[in-house]
Design a protein around this ligand. Structure first.
Ligand code: SAH
Length: 239
């Protein structure tokens, strides 16, 4: 049973085939779909979520793209999320729960998703929402190279960008598999780590599931990359 007609729908990491049936059906049933986009460094406006919706054949007329400033301007991003949360609430209340209103998120909507700001505001304001689970990017990365991300007694550690050599060494000593999201935030530390500790195995991914997908396990290649925002690194201690 749904708690309301407000949904947070997970789209999967980019490959339109990696959306769940439940998310797809909910998109098709939605009357309005709010979709985040941003101005890229090159100045163009891009919404990866909208690109996924287009590939899935979702009717454009019900899609409302909103602008979220780049992550470096956190305050501006918060203002944008705040605005969209209150707009959603207004539309939702105006229709008295009779219209299905959705917000989409890349990957899984409950896993480092900036839509959590919107969801939290709505819940604080007493508006019930529904989250629909999806495939997070790191699992699509592992699958892209047939990597068994954790097995048997292994523990998984997911790090949201900022890493230190000390922490990595500690986790690897305990044989944890480390997934680093937002690799670009720690580009320098990670590249130095790779050189200093060649005994560990490094799998690096960019834009998994998209046309410009790239992955490598070769340290020299990783060193030479200019790390984009949509990248993930998986480090294992297989000694
Ligand atoms: N909710 C998303 C995570 C969003 S945080 C999920 O469930 O996966 C944004 C980070 O996710 C990026 O910095 C990058 O580390 C990762 N990411 C998302 N999509 C990706 C993709 N297609 N390829 C590689 N990394 C991706």
């Amino acid at each position: 049973m749904h708690k309301s007609n407000l949904f947070f729908i997970s789209l999967g990491p980019g490959d339109p085939e990696l959306i769940t049936l439940k998310s797809l059906r909910q998109l098709e049933r939605s009357d309005m779909i709010f979709c985040p986009g941003t101005h890229t460094l090159s100045g163009t406006f891009r919404s990866r979520s909208k690109e996924i919706l287009d590939q899935l054949g979702i009717d454009e007329r019900k899609v409302i793209v909103f602008n979220v400033p780049m992550s470096k301007q956190r305050d501006a991003a918060h203002i944008a999320y705040n605005e969209i949360a209150y707009k959603l609430m207004e539309i939702y209340r105006e229709h008295n729960d009779s219209k299905i209103i959705s917000v989409v998120a890349e990957g899984d909507c409950g896993f480092y998703s900036s839509t959590h700001y919107i969801s939290e505001i709505l819940m604080q304001e007493g508006v019930e929402v529904n989250h629909i689970a999806g495939v997070p990017a790191f699992l699509a990365c592992a699958a892209a190279v047939n990597l068994h991300i954790t097995k048997q007694e292994e523990t998984l550690e997911v790090v949201p960008g900022i890493v230190t050599e000390e922490q990595l060494l500690h986790d690897l000593k305990e044989k944890k598999t480390i997934v680093i999201m937002k690799v670009s935030l720690s580009e320098t530390v990670l590249k130095a780590f790779l050189t200093a500790h060649p005994q560990y195995s490094y799998s690096y991914f960019e834009n998994v599931g998209l046309d410009n997908e790239y992955s490598t396990t070769n340290s020299a290649e990783i060193q030479a990359r200019k790390i984009p925002y949509f990248s993930i690194m998986i480090i294992k201690n297989e000694e």
